[in-house]
Ligand binder design. Structure first.
Ligand code: AMP
Ligand code: ZN
Length: 461
């Protein structure tokens, strides 16, 4: 493969040529889900973005030469609280949530990682790492907690490029009394009654549990070593999570870097605000899959460059639907199409776009040109982004055979029903339909036809 891969690194704020530490084993760590609830479509963004990266790396370096580790955070206060609220065991909550996560992420056609470590299986490694940090003078015990001494590591702040003062301003609001410095963060804390508990490190007698950041340092080191190629996640993780992970690993090893590239995706937003569980403005992956299949949702996500924010709208999904149908139609039946497609047939320009810091919008524009030209390279090229046009064709055929209406036909029908309800003065029914349409991202506008009869037009917002 002659294309050169350039990636943007959050730490240096630059795009640079990607050179693996070991071409025989390119190593990537992506922070995985905290399993207390169903993932939303914003959570899906990093998993889709880094899935494209992994597919591209495998294309460039060979399928057997890329190790992809994505953890599962199954120790977290949110998990404890949720299990208590629902009156179920923590193990039951995490088991069910992991199963749901796998269903969702498989339906989005994300490859399973090479390793999917769960925090609960790595507590011994976390304890050893914490002991090492205490021995090296980077951590201290206070009030049955172990804290990382931020002042002990000059490299702290290099990743997120924040000054200590700036960081302190954020942390000052409620600094626990046992901290020597406001920025010091928890490596280990005591467990209260009923909370999961493990033997503590650093000679602490009471049982306790690890903090979130140390989980990832330990799991990454266990599978990739303390120095690897790429560390990824959403931009909200850059600070404090990745800053702290990096600090722990550097302090424990004396090395000057943990990952050669730190990559972060931008937020998926709703009306300009980050989609999040706490805001309550979320659509679960499952809900999104009810509206459109996995390939369509992937395309809708990849139409925007991964570092830009995305506004998630019904219009975006409708646009992706139309685009994908066009592509699927253009590949024809490809009677001799290999499954999986022959990677060697992938288009050079599509690959070049992806090799330029995953420029998926440019790759998609090129796929459109291939579709117009009826070029069979379209099939192999779309597959590098995890979009399988034969699968799309099969789904389309099934949908048509079942007489299943598409989104546009469904909206047309609802709009007509609302008009009829209004004509019959069933206003509550009409309002309910309007609400249902609003939830689908459809705005209805009422007017009058040339004959004076009421009409309704609509659009995806
Ligand atoms: P969590 O399960 O909350 O730890 O999040 C899993 C992943 O989703 C992390 O990489 C987050 O950075 C990412 N994430 C969460 N919300 C969003 C969002 N609205 N847009 C993009 N990424 C997000
Ligand atoms: Zn992490």
């Amino acid at each position: 493969m002659d294309a050169q891969l350039n990636l943007y690194d959050t730490k240096t704020r630059q795009k640079r040529v990607f050179i693996p530490l070991d071409v025989g084993n390119v190593r990537v760590y992506v922070c995985g889900p905290t399993v207390y609830d169903r993932a939303h479509i914003g959570n899906a963004r990093p998993f889709i973005v880094f899935d494209v990266l992994i597919r591209l790396l495998r294309h460039v370096y060979g399928a057997g030469h890329v190790t992809y580790v994505r953890n599962i955070t199954d120790i977290d206060d949110k998990i404890n609280t949720r299990a208590k609220d629902r009156g179920i065991a923590i193990g039951e909550l995490t088991r069910d949530t992991i199963a749901d996560f796998h269903d969702d992420i498989d339906a989005l056609h994300c490859l399973r990682p090479t390793q999917e470590p769960r925090a609960t299986d790595y507590v011994a490694q976390m304890r050893r790492l914490i002991d090492r940090l205490v021995e090296r003078g980077h951590a201290y015990v206070a009030d049955d907690h172990v804290l990382f001494a931020v002042n002990s590591l000059p490299a702290y702040g290099e990743l997120s490029r924040r000054s200590l003062d700036e960081m302190l301003a954020g942390a000052r609001i409620d600094v626990a009394p046992y901290k020597r410095d406001g920025l010091d963060f928890v490596l280990w804390k005591p467990s209260r009654d009923g909370e999961p508990a493990w033997p503590s490190p650093a000679g602490i007698e009471a049982e306790g549990r690890p903090g979130w950041h140390i989980e990832c340092s330990a799991m990454a080191a266990a599978h990739l070593g303390e120095r690897f190629d790429i560390h990824g996640g959403g931009i909200d993780l850059a600070f404090p999570h990745h800053e702290n992970e990096r600090a722990q690993t550097l302090a424990a090893t004396g090395a000057d870097e943990m990952a050669s590239f730190w990559m972060h995706n931008g937020f998926l937003q709703v009306e300009g605000r980050k989609m999040s569980k706490s805001e309550g403005n979320f659509i679960t992956i499952r809900d999104a899959l009810d509206v459109a299949p996995g390939d369509t949702l992937r395309l809708a996500m990849l139409m925007t460059h991964y570092r830009q924010p995305i506004d998630w709208t019904a219009k975006r999904v409708a646009d992706a639907t139309v685009l994908l149908r066009g592509w699927a139609a253009s590949i024809g039946d490809l009677p001799d199409a290999p499954d999986p497609p022959n990677a060697a047939e992938a288009d050079r320009n599509v690959l070049a776009a992806l090799c330029d810091d995953l420029n998926t919008p440019l790759a998609i524009a090129r796929l459109g040109e291939l579709a117009k030209a009826g070029d069979r390279a379209l099939y192999a090229s779309a597959a590098v982004m995890g979009i399988d046009l034969m699968r799309v064709r099969a789904q389309e055929a099934e949908r048509t055979a079942a007489g299943d209406p598409d989104a546009v036909a469904t909206v047309d029908k609802l709009v007509a029903e609302r008009l009829a309800a209004k004509a019959e003065r069933r206003f509550a029914d009409a309002d309910a339909i309007r609400d249902q349409l609003a939830k689908m991202g459809v705005a209805v506008k009422d007017g009058k036809g040339s004959d004076g009869a009421p009409t309704s037009t609509w659009e995806f917002t």
